[in-house]
Design a protein around this ligand. Structure first.
Ligand SMILES: Nc1ncnc2c1ncn2[C@@H]1O[C@H](COP(=O)(O)OP(=O)(O)OP(=O)(O)O)[C@@H](O)[C@H]1O
Length: 234
């Protein structure tokens, strides 16, 4: 598998990005290596989704560089997707198709998806729009993981879901990482994601303000969580 000299699947150096002329993220140096789960935390408006979009190739950098599989890259999302990047946004399912057809369209065998999430078996014939939020996210994650990507970028997988479902989704990501996947997760469930993450970046007002392992950051958990209540832009 091609990787950067540092072993990263994806890495940024001095990356700035945003909309119009103003960067909303600045001077980002972040990376994700095979086999690791990395959490990207921070308050609303801190620039987490923007960061994922640039890494995915969905938004061009304003300055700095994204290295994907060892090479500087400006490839768009569809090309990175062909090369093993999976990007899961909020409720990424086709609501008018049933669960089985969502898998078919994603070119995923139902049997493989059911190995990952047996909960979906009784829902194969159900329209994805009728699934619970948790089932929809199991479906999106199954579509992403069953294609065996090298890198998963997931934006708020667990938004609005019950704690047990959140744990279920995060455990599936952890198990895939134990088999070699690199994952970057934007998560509001700070404590739950720290239970499965290898490393963490905390963004505030578009910059990385804290980084380390979950063990290193545990002492700052209250500060991280209370920063979520503050306006990240002000
Ligand atoms: N398409 C867009 N056009 C213009 N500004 C945008 C766009 N998307 C996001 N922004 C702005 O960029 C800033 C960062 O937003 P972003 O969504 O990256 O933050 P976030 O940390 O993911 O926050 P949230 O948790 O609220 O999604 C915000 O000020 C937001 O209003």
């Amino acid at each position: 598998m091609p990787e950067t000299t540092s072993g990263a699947l994806i890495a940024t150096s001095s990356l700035s990005a945003g909309y119009g002329t103003q960067p909303v993220v600045r001077d980002l140096d972040i990376e994700v290596r095979p086999g690791e789960v990395v959490a990207l935390l921070g308050p609303n408006g801190a620039g987490k989704s923007t960061t994922l979009r640039v890494l995915a190739g969905d938004l061009a950098p304003m300055s700095g560089e994204v290295r994907w599989l060892g090479e500087p890259s400006r490839a768009p999302l569809h090309r990175r997707a062909r090369e093993g990047l999976a990007y899961v946004g909020e409720r990424a399912v086709f609501t008018r198709l049933d669960t089985a057809d969502n898998l078919r369209v994603g070119r995923v065998e139902a049997a493989r998806a059911l190995e990952l999430f047996p909960e979906l078996e009784k829902r194969l014939g159900t329209g994805a729009g009728m699934l619970s939020g948790g089932e929809q996210q199991m479906l999106s994650l199954a579509r992403a993981l069953c294609r065996e990507p090298r890198l998963l970028l997931a934006d708020e997988l667990s938004l609005g879901l019950a704690p047990l479902v959140v744990e279920r989704l995060l455990r599936a990501v952890r198990e895939a990482a134990d088999r070699g996947l690199g994952a970057l997760l934007v998560e509001q469930h700070v404590r739950k994601v720290l239970d499965i993450a290898d490393r963490v970046y905390v963004l505030r007002r578009g910059r990385v303000v804290m980084t380390g392992t979950p063990q290193e950051l545990r002492g700052n958990l209250d500060a991280i969580e209370s920063s979520y209540l503050a306006d990240g832009r002000s």
